[in-house]
Design a protein around this ligand. Structure first.
Ligand SMILES: Cc1ncc(COP(=O)(O)O)c(C=O)c1O
Length: 473
């Protein structure tokens, strides 16, 4: 496909008129010569972007079982509400008095997230899950600093953890200590006990964990950590599995981030924008980033007066549009949030049972909202997990997450979400089983995929070593 510059036809695009910017811009900032923008008619521009979007895969096009990413249906009414003029055109520098509607929405969302997580206070600022982790770790660090326990320099992270967990803790200056998983794919309690000492600040856990398995010993773990004077951080990326059934407060966690874009339905396949609010227990309330939204004397306002605040972690109020979508979704779902989690878990268990004979299942446990297969058998037959993923793309199906979590060889992490019907799941099973047969019969043929996608099979080495990503016109 040609770039928009190559398509430039010379037709007049939009004319911005002759403004003499030199009257009010410093001379140094003025461009000399032509700007070099492509010249296309409005229709040509529309066709260009339509063609680009047609080449993209999205939830509206087909099944998207990308593990750990919760690619659920994002109701279109959320888009409508986020685009309401009063929300979309509100200037972030307007006074609190002018922005009462937006502040009320944020306040109500804070209250809803407190209710759903069981926590006592919330910041809506972080712009993604990983940003929430960083914020949470900064809060934990400052908490121990104020307490005078600067010896607490270690953070324990399970070997199944998402890479952002150790990365976030490390960015805050913590030392990372890995705890092994046991044969059931859960944190090994005995191994954990050996790691505990007066230097441990916290453990970061995902529950259900990245294998899609619920950590049955979570209460024992929280008791152990608290007895050690340490805190527990809950990575809420997998919260879609447990909404309304339990919450991080009941499990004994002190700090939680939620990925609003996943659990509470914002389109997020293209890398953003997202929102990763952080919820904390009472004793950490004074460490939240400022401002938080409060309701006092009949008005909503931004409260910047937080005693030990870690400061600001994001400009203005965070990704407000995502907050609107999440609030709309929560209102629309109400108590059915619980049903969404139940269906997500049911769908995952259905797929797991259908596929577990044909592919290896390293942890044969009842799963939560996702499960992890291994393509090791197929790898020995000549097609790795990457090859399976690429073959799936020829069936209008987004591949599962591959090669994660790292503790599973040739991992295929499958998360169907609650949005899909039995017919869609059955069709996926048929495709996955057919690939197994194709690999047995003719692995060479399977390795030719993808052939039906806009970009066909690429030379992986060349793509990694010499990526051609810029237009050099
Ligand atoms: C378990 C887990 N933790 C954290 C993250 C980071 O979230 P985000 O992509 O919103 O930064 C992810 C993202 O996939 C995840 O799966």
């Amino acid at each position: 496909m040609k770039t928009i510059f190559e398509k430039s036809s010379g037709a007049d695009g939009i004319c911005v008129g002759d403004y003499n910017l030199g009257d009010f811009l410093p001379k140094d900032f003025l461009r000399e010569g032509k700007i070099g923008l492509p010249q296309l008619s409005e229709l040509e521009v529309l066709r260009h972007y339509k063609e680009l979007s047609d080449r993209n895969f999205c939830i509206e096009k087909g099944f998207y079982p990308l593990g750990s990413c919760t690619m659920k249906y994002n109701p279109k009414v959320n888009e409508l509400l986020a685009s309401l003029e009063g929300f979309a055109n509100l200037h972030p520098l307007q006074s609190d008095d002018d922005a009462q509607g937006a502040l009320e929405l944020m306040f109500r969302l804070q209250e809803a997230l407190k209710h759903i997580t069981g926590m006592d206070a919330v910041t809506l600022q972080p712009a993604a899950g990983a940003h929430g982790e960083l914020t949470g770790m900064m809060i934990i660090k400052k908490y121990f600093e104020v307490k005078g326990e600067t010896n607490r320099v270690k953070v324990i992270v399970p070997d199944s953890a998402h890479g952002t967990n150790p990365a976030s803790a490390k960015m805050c200056g913590f030392e990372i200590v890995e705890v092994k998983s046991n044969s059931k794919g859960q944190v090994d309690i005995d191994a954990l006990k050996e790691l505990l000492d007066e230097n441990v600040a916290a453990i970061m856990m995902t529950n259900p964990n990245t294998l899609g398995i619920f950590e049955e010993k979570v209460l024992e773990i929280s008791q152990l950590m608290h007895d050690n004077g340490s805190l527990l951080y809950y990575d809420g990326a997998n919260f879609n599995a447990v909404m309304g059934w339990t919450n991080p407060a009941l499990m004994g966690f002190d700090v939680v981030h939620l990925n609003l874009h996943k659990t509470f339905a914002t389109p997020h396949g293209g890398g953003g924008p997202g929102a990763g609010p952080v919820c904390v227990v009472e004793k950490l309330k004074d460490y939240l980033p400022s401002p938080v939204i409060v309701f006092e004397d009949g008005k909503y306002r931004c409260d910047y007066n937080i005693k030990h605040s870690i400061g600001k972690v994001r400009s203005f109020y965070g990704n407000f549009g995502v907050l609107v979508r999440a609030y709309a979704y929560i209102l629309m779902m109400g108590k059915n949030l619980k049903l969404a989690s139940a269906d997500a878990v049911l769908n995952a268990n259905y797929l797991k049972e259908k596929l577990k004979g044909a592919y290896d299942l390293p942890y044969d446990e009842p799963c939560m909202h996702e499960f992890v297969l291994s393509g090791e058998r197929q790898h020995h037959q000549g097609v790795s997990t990457l090859g399976i993923a690429k073959r799936l793309m020829d069936s209008n199906c987004h591949p599962p997450t591959v090669y994660f979590p790292l503790i599973v060889h040739e991992a295929l992490m499958i998360e169907p979400t609650e949005s899909e019907s039995k017919e869609v799941l059955d069709n996926f099973v048929d495709i996955m089983l057919k690939i197994v047969e194709e690999i047995k019969e003719n692995p060479e043929e399977v390795l030719k995929s993808p052939r039906k996608t806009p970009v066909k099979k690429v030379d992986e080495t060349l793509a990694a070593r010499k990526p051609d990503l810029t237009y050099k016109g």
